[in-house]
Design a protein around this ligand. Structure first.
Ligand SMILES: [Zn+2]
Ligand SMILES: [Zn+2]
Length: 190
């Protein structure tokens, strides 16, 4: 599917790829931010000497829980890519990939997967700005104003505390203790 016959490419001078890669047709690793739905790959390949230059677009949709309110969030990704495949690929260049050492088939998948992972966001927010969940009572602040008084420390821990059951008080006590200790040290120095 993403295999390119290099002999043919050098002979004909060009090859176009326009594919929808569905989950299951390609090997995403565990932990990859794989797209929800197909990954659309459009690439125009041309030989440049013995090298191969590939230019085109990767398109797909990322779906995840909003990191603030945990509601479903999605974002459409459309990213221009420009890759070079060569025998002496520069390992530090993220757009440089090796040509196969043996055989005449170039598998584009490792490069396509890596390029997608470079641009796919590892977390999403549903809409900006998302107000998230109240760290005290767990209310969805985009939908209601619960009226809880929330300190800055609460806000930072909000999503985690809401997951853990919504009781913010032990955490705030810890933060308060830490502060008074620091102040105490400062006072001794002075
Ligand atoms: Zn949200
Ligand atoms: Zn609340």
């Amino acid at each position: 599917m993403l295999n390119v016959d290099l002999g043919r490419l050098y002979r004909t001078g060009g090859h176009e790829i326009d594919e929808d890669l569905h989950a299951g047709a390609v090997d995403w690793d565990e932990g990859d931010t794989a797209p929800a739905g197909p990954l659309h790959v459009r690439l125009d390949l041309r030989p440049a000497g013995r090298d191969v230059v590939a230019r085109g677009v990767l398109e797909g949709t990322v779906e995840a829980e909003c990191r603030r309110c945990l509601k479903p969030a999605r974002r459409r990704i459309s990213e221009d890519v420009s890759l070079v495949f060569r025998n002496d690929a520069e390992p530090d260049d993220p757009d440089d990939y090796p040509l196969p050492e043996r055989g005449s088939t170039l598998d584009l998948w490792p490069a396509v997967r890596e390029q997608w992972l470079l641009v796919a966001p590892s977390f999403l927010e549903c809409e900006s700005p998302c107000r998230g969940l109240c760290p005290r009572c767990g209310a969805d602040l985009d939908e209601e104003d619960c009226g809880c008084e929330v300190s800055e420390a609460d806000e930072r821990w909000g999503p985690l505390l809401a997951l853990a059951g919504g009781d913010a008080s032990p955490m705030t006590e810890e933060v308060a203790d830490g502060r008074s200790e620091e102040e105490g040290i400062e006072a001794e120095k002075a």
